[in-house]
Design a protein around this ligand. Sequence first.
Ligand code: ADP
Ligand code: MG
Length: 568
Amino acid sequence: MDDVTGAQLIAESLKAQKVEYMFGIVGVPIIEVAMAAQAEGIKYVGMRNEQAACYAASATGYLTGRPGACLVVSGPGLIHALGGMANANENCWPVIVIGGSADRNQETAGAFQEFPQVEASRLYSKFSARPSCLEAIPSVIEKAVRTSIYGRPGACYVDIAGDMVNASVKRSEVRVLPCCPSPPVSLADNSAITEAVSILKAAKRPLVIIGKGAAYGRAENALKEFVEMSGLPFLPTPMGKGVLPDDHPNCVAAARSRALLQADVVLLLGARLNWMLHFGLPPRFNPDVKILQVDLCAEEMGNNVSPAVALLGDINAIVTQLLQGVHKDGWKYPSNTEWWSTLKDKIAANAKISKALALQTTMPMNYYTVFHHVSQLLPHDCIIVSEGANTMDIGRTMLNNYLPRHRLDAGTFGTMGVGLGFAIAAAAVEKSGNKNQRIICVEGDSAFGFSGMEVETMCRYNLPVVIIVVNNNGIYSGVDPETWKEMEKMGDLTTIAPPVTLLPEARYDEVMTAFGGRGFLVRTVEELRSALQQSLSDWERPSLINVLIDPSSDRKQQEFPWLTRSNL
Ligand code: ADP
Ligand code: MG
């Protein structure tokens, strides 16, 4: 045992850096890397497409704070993974992608699947490198892992020349580096804290926005204390949901547009003023709004809106600083202000509209009816994965989250196809942590299609994910089977079928039963409830509930009809 191979060095280095999960698809030249990883005790999940594997690896990074690894073959394998790297980087989630590449002595000679992988990955990552020799593997992997979690988290790529996988070196000539410490935590400047606190105290219509940076930064305990001591209303972003429970009395999510429009001071905690928050600009924001921006990335400060105060550092630490500042003289934002009445009136009015839609008994069901019943049956501690246009947008308003990092969705990049990979990651993390929480994957029919074959992965590893496909026969909306038949008679479908349409009433449930999971086709409230109850009682295997809804069902009337399709 004097010698150690490249594959072993990769595996030992990842393990030393506390990378616990690896997702990928093996082939030449990286099969041995997956086997070496398993021998080191890293959990290896074989997936069906590198894109989904990379989504899964990045989700473990978000869920655990330590990056997952994604293992891919050269050329097309790495190129498929780029979508996952881009998604991780845009979401600020850590992930380590390891790609096999051409043997060094065949480079530029037209080797099998040869591609400039280090260069290709650079656009989609914050670090992209190839160890020059076996001895350099441990330090490059340590640097990749450290870079993925230090500063703003993101994707890192390590390229492994094919011939290095099975080559070996004397053990005495290499050193696996110890685990890099957790990222150093920095506090905001004290004078900035003092200024922020005084602006908050003077605010007439204050609002706290909780983003997924607060979730990633594990700021939930400090934030709970801060919100409850200060009495401030808060609004979560989609993945900020659950940092504080959605049913918290200070949550004003149901009055989102009103809260954003009229707030005079916004404490922005780990959320970017990008498209998801309408750039922080009019007409969705008050033009004079003062932004108190909390972020660990200095370059983020001032994007689109110049902040009244920039609080640079770790959210958890800064919220504690703010708490001390607010608490000093026992200040609390009063609960009887006009601002609270405005917000509460709006919450009540919106709840009424959603409830009316939810209780509609017309057939086929609409989105609101489906989510109303699903929300009644879901366990409080479940992880909700969601994607699709209407499915995700409406589902977000109707399916509550009660715990931090329990919602995974299309995210900053608006990526469709992430759902199954995320669900597999969540289930793998759950399984090894023995937490016994359900993973519910709420998918539009179009979104499901992007990575649908990953149901085989779920069945193979007995991951009891519950997939609910809210099936409206298309992208945004589809047509009913009769209309489709008429179109078929009219001529060539490629020239007349609306580009948004998918096959009406497609049997996605049978994709699941094909691999031994449970499948349900449901049209009514009773069928939906029964299928969901049966699925939730099965801890052995995954289920897919194919919910046929009205293909013309849409979102309720929006106050701002523009910009609605793509976002919140
Ligand atoms: P959302 O989608 O919820 O709006 P974004 O992904 O746009 O959230 O923003 C998250 C922000 O949080 C990023 O700008 C990132 O730099 C920041 N962030 C991540 N972790 C931390 C942390 N521990 N402390 C402070 N900021 C953080
Ligand atoms: Mg659809």
